[in-house]
Design a protein around this ligand. Sequence first.
Ligand SMILES: [Mg+2]
Length: 407
Amino acid sequence: MKITDAKVFVGGPAKNYVTLKIMTDQGVYGLGDATLNNRETLPAKYLQDYLIPNLIGMDPRRSEDIWQFFYRGAYFRRGPIAMAAYGAIDMALWDIKGKLANLPVYDLLGGKSREGALVYAHATGADLEDLMDSIAHYTEAGYRAVRVQCGIPGMPTASYAVPEEKGAKHFITDYSGIRPKVESWDSETYMRFMPEALMRIRDRFGPDLKILHDVHHRLTPREAAAFAKEVEPARLFWLEDPTPAEDQDALRLLRQHSTVPVAIGEVFNSIYDCNKLIENELIDFIRIAATYAGGITHARRIVDLAALHHVRTGFHGAPSHSPICMAAHAHLNAWAPNFGIQEYLVLGTPECDALFPSDHRMENGMVHVSDAPGLGVAFDEEEATRYEYTPGSHPVVRLEDGTMWNY
Ligand SMILES: [Mg+2]
């Protein structure tokens, strides 16, 4: 069996999805997601110029050897561009393998460990009352877990992940051009406001709602330790990205001062970015995505390492991941013995459903994985002709005096 061709598509509704389609001499094809938010053309170019010419003629069933060929063969290893490109190839090969075996990917991984995977939605508000309304909207829709992000009184621009105008559709990528908007940040103002806000949310919604909050790498290790200690009474499900993730030892200080569960890792792209965090049990949830973490093959290694250390999964599920990546997560979530929760934003929008038809479905705050062979997601190439690459940018963050800070 041989790979005969592969194509890359860039574009999509509201996001520049990078979709890989691998064709074989037996008529079976596979789909992968290489979307690297705001740098989408780079993994696409890597695939087109270097990886696809090598893929043609390879046996698609040898997904492990193909992964090792590209990873070890590159000499300059890792990084999000390369790992997203390998990730797309790997997902497509698992998709092909499942279709050949007439089995869903979760069965190839070891079978279902659960009937549904708990998900969390994103609630945001211009102020606390607005946020309360947004949380109520999701709980009424059946969500049992909600990430809460709020505008901070006294902060000149909206804090992380809060829409600029009340009620505005929230997409944090700005497609008006390549130059980013500038947000302002002040850690002291944030730290004065947010712990009390989280307590008020807990009081309003009671003990059962799983409340998550994302600091988005904005605090120093000492500030993060103080903040984590202060938010303990709100009984968060997790505190996300309290410090920048490059410094794996930074979380020791937080651990010494708080028992709040910590989730980190959405910017990680290999096991070497998180092995110390996991082995030293400095985190409770690992936030990798199948795309940036080199596909199902490499993500599975991280999940297995995490399982040895009581670390559960909480895969990244921002709108930047296409439904193909989210399908890979659905299969990993169905199987992983150490599944925790899934961030959930993309599946279910009409435009996405038209471009990527699938029967993965959300019910009562849980994703139910498709039982179709392979990843259980298709790609409508006719529909794809409606879209093209649109340059966009993420905001950047500066302190009030102009100092660049962490987005
Ligand atoms: Mg996050």
